[in-house]
Write a protein that binds this ligand. Structure first.
Ligand code: ADP
Ligand code: MG
Length: 242
């Protein structure tokens, strides 16, 4: 599991994550909601060891991300898809997918390529496997991003607003794939503005506000009047979203 305990993060004297406790067990789909600036991206970056913690601890399957020797193991288990497409522009889709399996996991090239092509087919991109990112639409690029994250066979898939730069049609393409992954039992931590989608695929919903974790409830309770909606900040957030 991903275990986040008492995590604090400070930027220039401003506390942006304040004593965050959160556990994600295998098989869960946890959505993280919250206004812009509430600390959602920073929390995902901390799970990946991209930000140094100013307090508390995070472990992924028991590997402490603050220990350099354990970080590589933690990172193999959790793969992140970011808001902005971060594919390598000088590599084709299939080459983007092969990179980590070949370089990090030491998978033989022929097997990595066969796996990469199968993964691209699974996100509907078998025809585009040899295209460069610049030759793909935004939705296609984000599907390559998801396939690339899956290429290392992660235990946890972390997604940071992967549809926020996409138009509605492309958003739908990407959400369809995430819904299928959820159905297949992929463990996901999902930062999103797509509240209705979060409601349909999540097992739990977490609400962040100014770096604090205000609510952490099973999805049906989160959206119940006497559950998450009893919190005025949650209620306000959801009414601004709709
Ligand atoms: P969210 O993803 O919920 O919109 P972020 O995690 O991006 O929020 O940001 C949380 C707060 O931390 C914001 O106030 C943001 O300005 C600040 N912040 C994020 N990254 C940095 C950074 N590298 N340096 C300084 N401040 C940052
Ligand atoms: Mg963000």
């Amino acid at each position: 599991m991903i275990k986040i305990e008492g995590v604090r993060k400070v930027f220039n004297g401003v506390t942006v994550l304040d004593h965050i406790d959160l556990k994600v067990e295998k098989g869960e789909v946890v959505s993280i909601l919250g206004s812009s600036g509430s600390g959602k991206s920073t929390l995902l970056r901390c799970i990946n060891g991209l930000e140094k913690l100013d307090g508390g601890s995070i472990s992924v399957d028991g590997f402490d991300v603050a220990r350099p020797k354990e970080l590589a193991e933690a990172r193999k288990r959790s793969a992140t898809v970011f808001q902005l497409f971060n594919l390598y522009p000088h590599m084709t889709a299939v080459q983007n997918l092969m990179l980590a399996p070949v370089e990090v996991l030491k998978v033989p090239k022929a097997k990595a390529e066969a796996d990469a092509r199968a993964l691209l087919a699974s996100v509907g991109l078998s025809e585009r496997a040899d295209a460069y990112p610049a030759q793909l639409s935004g939705g296609q690029r984000q599907r390559v991003g998801i396939a690339r994250a899956l290429a290392v066979n992660p235990s946890y898939l972390l997604l940071d607003e992967v549809t926020s730069a996409l138009d509605p049609e492309m958003t739908a393409e990407v959400l369809r794939i995430l819904a299928r992954l959820a159905d297949e039992g992929t463990t996901m931590v999902f930062v999103t503005h797509e509240v209705e989608f979060a409601r349909t695929i999540s097992s739990r919903v977490v609400f962040l506000e100014k770096g604090r974790l205000l609510v952490d409830l099973p999805t049906t309770e989160f959206f119940a009047d006497d559950g998450g909606l009893a919190n005025p900040r949650v209620r306000q957030f959801l009414s601004n979203m709709s």
